[in-house]
Design a protein around this ligand. Structure first.
Ligand SMILES: Nc1ncnc2c1ncn2[C@@H]1O[C@H](COP(=O)(O)OP(=O)(O)OP(=O)(O)O)[C@@H](O)[C@H]1O
Ligand SMILES: [Mg+2]
Length: 264
């Protein structure tokens, strides 16, 4: 038996197929774009082809993400909170706090015994502290989003951005460029600004972070500069699974397996 999890996020549509032992057989990340039904079909087609099965061979589908109700044949749709929690516990057992930073929102999820969700906090009202903030800044700096982590690692200084608002912070970055600041210094300042926002979010669910096992999920966890800045700001070491953007889809696939097994 195989099970499919699909996470339809604001920027990426991620699909994971697992077997009944929970092993990942295939995964993909495709852009969500303006037509999310097409993205869902593409992601599903890709993973089905990778595994080499007929689409009908999938025993159950669970969807998550902001577009989760767009998956017509789902067994159920589940919140991203539950899916990121489930996915991270499978990849990094013992995690007590998971921070998911995606394109449009960021979340801090506190996990208790056996990966149970104890509390969570979410920022979905404002671009600051999300991947959107990084996208805006990368565009202003004329660099690829994937280069930010490396640029940060060569920084000797770090710009201090005083604005929390994305629009005002963008003006500060434009001024810094005009003043001749080093690219790496600006990038480091951008990552520290994201980290500052995320610390506030994390502290809402885990006021005392000492000795907590902390992990990151979501596409922004691919940016090593953000992971480093957040680790420093929280004074903890942060674990990141090899493919952080598929954590939600993996969680959805595991929930699909559990629900289908319970129902049979
Ligand atoms: N290769 C990469 N290097 C660095 N950062 C990346 C890379 N790929 C994606 N990102 C970051 O990940 C973000 C998207 O994350 P993700 O795919 O988790 O979003 P999403 O799930 O679609 O959004 P949301 O959960 O908010 O609806 C981008 O905004 C970007 O900042
Ligand atoms: Mg997401």
């Amino acid at each position: 038996m195989v099970y499919l999890g699909i996470d339809i996020g604001s920027l990426s549509c991620d699909a994971v197929i697992i077997d009944s032992g929970g092993r990942i057989l295939a995964w993909t990340v495709v852009p969500t774009g303006a037509k999310n039904l097409e993205a869902i079909e593409r992601a599903r087609r890709e993973v089905v082809t990778m595994v080499g099965i007929e689409p009908e061979a999938i025993a159950a589908v669970v969807s998550t993400g902001y577009g989760r109700d767009r998956v017509a044949d789902r067994l159920s749709s589940v919140t991203e909170i539950s899916c990121h929690a489930r996915g991270i516990i499978a990849l990094l057992p013992g995690t007590q706090l998971v921070v998911d930073i995606g394109g449009q929102d960021s979340k801090a999820i506190r996990l208790g015994e056996a990966g149970r969700v104890v509390d969570f906090a979410m920022n979905d009202k404002c671009a600051a502290g999300t991947g959107r903030f990084l996208e805006v800044m990368a565009r202003v700096l004329e660099v690829d989003i994937g280069q930010l982590g490396e640029l940060d690692s060569s920084a000797r200084e770090s710009l201090t951005l005083s604005s929390t608002c994305t629009v005002f912070a963008e003006s500060e970055v434009v001024s810094a460029i005009a003043d001749g600041a080093e690219l790496s210094e600006i990038v480091s300042g951008i990552h520290r600004a994201i980290a500052r926002r995320t610390v506030a979010l994390a502290k809402r669910v885990a006021p005392n972070l000492t000795d907590l096992k902390v992990a990151m999920s979501g596409g922004v966890a691919r940016n090593k500069g953000v992971v480093r800045a957040l680790g420093r700001a929280l004074e903890v070491s942060i674990s990141v699974p090899p493919e952080p953007d598929i954590v939600g889809a993996l969680g959805a696939a595991l929930i699909a397996r559990d629900k289908a097994t319970r129902a049979s």
